[in-house]
Design a binder for this molecule. Structure first.
Ligand SMILES: [Zn+2]
Length: 103
């Protein structure tokens, strides 16, 4: 199983609720780096009009998968439930464009 296949929860949420890109205020899917700046993890974030960030990730430090929902704010970061590593999600200029083609 690849890392990409492990991030399934948001994909299923999108399919089940027939979410279109126009329903989202933010949607990103990107690799994230560990302490040694190696891109060992992945994070996917979906924010709808309710301002709740639905977020799932593979921690780049410990490799554990988790899903959580929290209030959306920028800059966004997630603390790994397993090892406590803080996964930061930096701004990216093309993130809206990219996510639209990726849905
Ligand atoms: Zn971790």
């Amino acid at each position: 199983m690849t890392v990409l296949n492990m991030l399934h929860k948001i994909r299923e949420f999108i399919e089940k609720n027939k979410i279109r890109p126009s329903d989202c205020i933010y949607h990103t899917y990107r690799p994230v780096a560990n302490r040694n700046k190696e891109l060992k993890g992945e994070i996917r974030i979906l924010v709808m009009n309710d301002n709740i960030a639905r977020c799932e990730y593979i921690c780049p430090e410990c490799g554990k998968y988790d899903y959580l929902e929290k209030k959306w704010k920028r800059p966004f970061s997630v603390k790994c439930k397993n090892c406590g590593y803080l996964i930061r999600v930096p701004r990216m200029k093309d993130e809206i464009k990219r996510s639209k083609s990726g849905v």
